[in-house]
Design a protein around this ligand. Sequence first.
Ligand code: SF4
Length: 428
Amino acid sequence: MNRKKTESPRGEEEPIKIKTVEHAKDLKWPMIWYFLMGKLYSALPWKKTAWTCAGFPLELLIGFDIFPLHPENMATVAAAQKQSQRLIEHAESMGYSRDLCSYCKTNFGAVDTGIKMSLGGIAKPDIITCTNTICDTHWKWFQIQAEKLKVPIFVFDCPKIVSGTDERTIEGYINYMVEQFYDFFDFVKKHTGRELNIEKMIRASDESERMSVIWRDIYEYRKCVPSPYSSAETSASFFPLVVMPGVKQGIKFLKNIRDDVRRRAERGEGTLTRGEERYRLLFEGIPFWYRMRFMYELAQYRAVVTYEPYTFSFAPPKPVGLGYAESLRKVARIMMDLPYSYNLEKRIRYFEQAVRDYHIDGVILHENLSCRPSSTGMIDLKSAIQEDCGIPVLIVQCDMNDPRAYSDAQMKTRIESFIEVMEKNRKK
Ligand code: SF4
């Protein structure tokens, strides 16, 4: 095993650690902005809020001056605050199955117990909207909550672009989605009395693309060896992309992070203390939100997660410089072409390209017991990467929000054996 220790100034052995970038601590500002605005919009009767989900184009809501609240995001807050297990168990006591998505159950528990926002609670919205872009769970989950809270709901039915979908079919899909956008606009007007401000929507989209460009720049720097930024940090710093795309507090934060990362890359510095990176990893899946130390602890083996499709997927190219009708068509296309809706063939190509681009030595696939869309096909994906790229792949069975599925001792053993396999593979 290649655990490496270094000497502290006092001569004691110190484990190698992740060196966070200078502006990492500023994440608190966009977070404070988001939580305060969420509270304000929820409290003032003339302001409107909507629950929405991953894969939904928030620019549409911003065009109506409706503040987006994210049950999934609040579920991660509950996990980070060590509340998710009790909320999940509460949901299970209401009759929901252990196999159900733990974000969904965390939200059921949070609403039923009325837990406060700082611990993962969420306010009742004016409307609920979601899409099956990523999974069908969103539909059922949001329908159940809409019924319980007596809030109107609009669900988008989103086809998928997979390998082999031809342009004619895609055009048909886009027409289908655009029709739903117009129905959605009528729905919002009916239930909130608001009109879409097209200019505001397009501006939000432009600003959102500015934010996405910054994020994509950061990923370019992550290709450097040693990597100047790891998933220990991206898993927190991508927060503005998820819940406040295009908001200036988020853009400012991410710009500072990008500048920190760029300076490191220019100096040839890595994210590990003393720059001793040895194993570059790709981590696929949603992180373990209740156990974020996992990403930091990899450092003691001189392993750095240099790429993860999950955080990258929140920065797809947004429509810019297009008119109203074209913007809607572009938004529709983006919704149908997310990495988490790829079929296996497209997914394998995507991963193998990432392995090459980020100089990856090993891949960890999180087979998430909660999330079938991100876990399906992992065995085939593993075999393809091992065979085509000649690097080891480890599948770990856990859960993003349910700590009952995680064992420290088991994970340690598996990671240590994986490091040994990577070392042998390098020597080969
Ligand atoms: S099943 Fe997966 S994609 Fe769907 S809500 Fe749960 S975690 Fe998200």
